[in-house]
Write a protein of this length. Structure first.
Length: 501
């Protein structure tokens, strides 16, 4: 089938295009080429999602070697859903970045930025579609190395310290994942994920397998910034260029959440991870603390990027909370929030980047009076902020509705109340920024004649995400169908003996 061969394109397209982008050199050429390639990857991802929903999982044997001996790329409803979000956000951020990076990255580094962006996209896509545990680590490192470069490109020298901290924590996380995968290989003799699931089943009480599970969970938790392993994220998001922050906040941590889902549900199995090891209780406790602790931290920050960074850690808590409920509805809520949060945070960080483009600062004080000076930008920020809060007719409401529903299905009324309580803290930190923009006067240090709307190429992708926040908040058929199908598929017991030659 043609769709089976399409499975390799989300990796191959950006991977081959990355060095070509660097060779193009000139900013306008490298920007146009990188955007075109990312757009093609997005179209491919859409086709793969439709194929996975209609035909079931698609398998592609790299080099014609059948699994488990060869490397397998596998597309199902779960990873195709996340892949579409990643590639679409990537394309919109690249469109936005043409003007945005002019003020934040030195001109001679522009082609390097687009190259690193495509390498990061190739790595993230590879993580999502690979069916091999070791290659998942390889693609994770490709995306991580590109990410460290992206964070370090800002003109603000503080980005170097943030990138170094990110590198150290990311390396520790990757090492934990590699050790975990090595332990699994030592016990089973295979790296194919489906074959691993088959061979792990007889060894569920093995200390080697359980140790491998522990290493993988800790490593992935660092990568997805699960509290309290999140301290690399706020400085990285704060000091990175705005386009980089918009891309990473919308994609990198979401892919890491998917990695956790894949290891739990595909390799180790729900019964072993949650019912025997009781990891669901650990995840639930950490998720609840993340929601409240990091939401509170967001309320006391003065830098808007830092506010949104802590908000991201809190929102990751909602995703992990959905997983910890160990139900189809809970997992569906977590998967929907992966998609929805990408729309919210992408729009918010783009709006913040637009303010920096005109004002040169992202301090809350710099937002004073911008509701009149930059009405489209601040309207976009307000709508996306309302979505973070969970106001009806936005995607944030949809996520929290299903999360509360999943909690109530298990008669966990206190948990449902905590989800709603976390939204109240979001009102505080988003409300502070909106108040400054609409109810305070423009700073005396700014000339009203100099503060105006940003160029169209920055407004268009920003408002595309804002409109998507509203559209998918009203018409939930696409997202709920994809997330429900993925959740039900993951909860099934997949022994899939066809992986054996």
């Amino acid at each position: 089938m043609l769709e089976q061969h399409l499975a390799a394109l989300p990796i191959i397209l950006p991977l081959i295009a990355a060095p070509l982008t660097l060779l193009l050199g000139r900013s306008i050429l490298s920007w146009g080429f990188a955007t075109f390639v990312s757009g093609c990857a997005s179209v491919v991802a859409w086709q793969l999602l439709l194929a996975a929903l209609s035909n079931g999982a698609l398998s592609y044997a790299v080099g014609g070697w059948p699994p488990p001996w060869g490397i397998e790329l596998r597309i199902d409803a779960a990873n195709a859903f996340v892949l579409l979000a990643v590639t679409t956000i990537s394309t919109l951020v690249l469109i936005y970045s043409k003007d945005s990076i002019q003020k934040e990255i030195e001109a001679h580094k522009h082609s390097l930025y687009f190259t690193a962006h495509l390498l990061c996209l190739a790595g993230l896509s590879g993580i999502l579609v690979t069916g091999d545990a070791f290659n998942l680590f390889v693609f994770l490192e490709i995306s991580s190395l590109a990410t460290y470069t992206l964070v370090s490109l800002a003109s603000d020298r503080r980005c170097l310290t943030s990138a170094f901290r990110y590198l150290v924590m990311g390396t520790i996380g990757a090492t934990f994942i590699l050790i975990g995968v090595g332990l699994l290989y030592m016990k089973t003799g295979t790296l194919n994920m489906l074959d691993l699931a088959n061979r792990i089943a007889p060894y569920e009480s093995s200390r080697t397998i359980n140790t491998g599970l522990a290493f993988v969970m800790v490593g992935v938790s660092i990568k997805l910034a699960l509290f309290p392993l999140h301290m690399w994220l706020p400085p990285a998001y704060t000091h990175a260029p705005s386009a980089v922050t918009a891309f990473l906040a919308s994609t990198a941590t979401k892919v890491a959440v998917y990695v956790m889902i894949r290891f739990i549900f595909t390799i180790f199995g729900v019964e072993h991870v949650f019912h025997e090891m009781n990891i669901d209780l650990i995840l639930m406790a950490l998720a609840i603390v993340a929601i409240f602790k990091c939401s509170y931290m967001a309320t006391v920050q003065s830098n808007v990027k830092t506010v949104l960074a802590y908000s991201s850690v809190a929102q990751i808590g909602y995703m992990i909370l959905g997983i910890s409920l160990v139900s189809v509805t809970g997992l569906m809520a977590g998967l929907i929030h992966i998609f929805n949060h990408a729309l919210m945070k992408g729009a918010l960080f783009m709006a913040v980047g637009a303010v920096f483009y005109r004002v040169g600062s992202v301090d809350i004080k710099a937002f004073r009076g911008l509701g009149k000076q930059m009405p489209l930008t601040m309207a976009a920020f307000t709508i996306a902020g309302l979505s973070i809060i969970g106001v009806p007719l936005t995607v944030g409401f949809v996520s929290k509705w299903y999360l509360v529903t999943a909690a109530l299905e298990q008669n966990q009324w206190i948990l449902a109340a905590l989800v709603l309580g976390g939204s109240l803290l979001a009102v505080v930190y988003i409300g502070r920024i909106i108040e400054a923009a609409y109810f305070q006067d423009l700073s005396d240090t700014l000339d009203p004649n100099d503060i105006k709307e940003v160029p169209l190429l920055m407004l268009a992708p920003m408002w595309t995400l804002v409109i998507a926040n509203i559209y998918f908040g009203i018409d939930t058929s696409i997202t709920t169908e994809a997330a429900t199908s993925a959740s039900e598929w993951l909860f099934q017991n997949h022994n899939l003996q066809e992986v054996s030659p």
